[in-house]
Design a protein around this ligand. Structure first.
Ligand code: NCD
Length: 316
C-alpha cells in the first residue's frame, strides 16, 4: 500500500481487497461487547477538519479510538486557521505535537495531496474529502457495503452494475466511487442531467447516462448523491421539483429495480429532493448500515497505514 490515502486511485485491486478483508475481520471484533483493540496505543491521530462535517469526523474519531489511538480534533473554526494561519504552519504545529496520522477534510481540492507531498510533516495523510475531488474512505465503505450484501462478503465486485445518481459535478464521493468500483471489477454508471456531469465524463471509468429510467432495471445498486447547493454558484437545473421528477429516487422507480438492489446514500440526505423518505426507509435501503460500516472501514485503513502492532484479535 502507498504511505498515504489521498485518492481511490492509490489503491491497487489487491490493496482494495486487503482493506475490505481487514474491515471484515475488524467487524467481527466490533460485534463483541468490548470493542476496543490495543493496536494503535501510543499513536496520535489528528482529525484536521477545515470544512463542516459531522458523520465523517465522528466516524474517524470512533475508528481511531477503537484502535486505542490518542485522538486530537482540530477544527478550523475557532483555531488559528481562522486568523490566517497557512496549511504549512498548521502542519508544522501538528508535526511538533507528534502526529502519526492526519485525517484531513478541506474545501480545496488538492489540500491533502499538498500535505502529503511537501515535507512539512512525516505523518500518514488520509483524505477525508477535499473540495470536489475525492473521498476515498467513503468509496471504500460503499464498496464494503455492496460486497457484504451482494458478494457474500468475499472476492471482488466483478459483474455488478452500480448507478451513481445526481450531482456528479460537485461530488468527491462520485469520483472516488467511480475509480474504486472499477478497480474492484464493477461497472459504475454516472446518471445526471448534462449540467451536473463534469466535462470529460466520457473519460471516467464505466458508463454515463442522462436518463435514470433507462438504467433502473439493469443495476444491482444505486448511490444517490446530495444536491450540493453550497458548491453551486449558478443554476444547474430549473427547479427542485423538476430535478426530483427526473432524478429523484421514488417508490415507483424502486419498483422497477431488481428486488435485491441496494439503495445507498453517503448522507446527509435531502429527503424529498434526491430520495423520498419512503425509499430511504425501505427494505432495500442500507443507508444506516453504511454509517456503521464507515467506522469499520476507517479502522482498517488506519490499521494498515499505521502498521498497527499486536494481534488484531487481541482484546484488552
Ligand atoms: C459527503 C461529503 O461530505 O463529501 N458526505 C459525507 O462524507 N458523509 C457527501 C455530501 O456532502 O453530500
Amino acid at each position: 500500500m502507498n504511505k498515504h490515502l489521498i485518492s481511490a486511485a492509490d489503491l491497487t485491486t489487491e490493496d482494495a481487497i486487503l482493506v475490505l478483508d481487514t474491515a471484515r475481520e475488524l467487524a467481527q471484533i466490533s460485534d463483541r461487547p468490548m470493542k476496543k483493540l490495543p493496536t494503535l496505543r501510543g499513536r496520535t491521530v489528528v482529525n484536521l477538519f477545515f470544512e463542516d462535517s459531522t458523520r465523517t469526523r465522528i466516524s474517524f474519531e470512533a475508528a481511531a479510538k477503537r484502535l486505542s489511538a490518542d485522538v486530537i480534533n482540530f477544527s478550523a473554526k475557532g483555531s488559528s486557521v481562522s486568523k490566517g494561519e497557512s496549511l504549512k504552519d498548521t502542519a508544522q504545529t501538528l508535526h511538533a505535537m507528534g502526529a502519526d496520522a492526519v485525517v484531513i477534510r478541506h474545501a480545496s481540492s488538492g489540500a491533502p495531496e499538498l500535505l502529503a507531498t511537501k515535507n512539512w510533516i512525516d505523518a500518514v495523510v488520509i483524505n477525508a474529502g477535499d473540495g470536489t475531488h475525492e473521498h476515498p474512505t467513503q468509496a471504500l465503505l460503499d464498496c464494503y457495503t455492496i460486497r457484504k450484501h451482494l458478494k457474500n462478503n468475499d472476492g471482488n465486485l466483478a459483474g455488478l452494475k452500480i448507478a451513481i445518481v445526481g450531482d456528479i459535478l460537485h461530488s468527491r464521493v462520485a469520483r472516488s466511487n467511480a475509480i474504486l468500483l472499477k478497480t474492484l471489477g464493477a461497472t459504475p454508471i454516472m446518471v445526471a442531467p448534462p449540467t451536473l456531469l463534469p466535462v470529460g465524463i466520457e473519460n471516467w471509468p464505466g458508463e454515463f447516462s442522462y436518463n435514470l429510467e433507462d438504467v433502473l432495471s439493469e443495476i444491482d445498486g444505486i448511490i444517490m448523491l446530495r444536491v450540493q447547493q453550497e458548491r453551486m454558484n449558478a443554476a444547474y437545473f430549473p427547479t427542485a421539483r423538476e430535478y426530483s421528477r427526473n432524478y429523484g429516487l421514488t417508490s415507483n422507480r424502486l419498483a422497477k429495480m431488481k428486488p435485491t438492489a441496494l439503495v445507498m446514500h453517503p448522507g446527509p440526505m435531502n429527503r424529498g429532493m434526491e430520495i423520498t423518505a419512503e425509499v430511504a426507509d425501505s427494505k432495500n435501503s442500507v443507508i444506516v448500515e453504511q454509517v456503521a460500516n464507515g467506522v469499520i472501514v476507517r479502522m482498517a485503513v488506519m490499521y494498515l497505514l499505521l502498521g498497527g502492532s499486536g494481534e488484531m484479535g487481541e482484546n484488552k
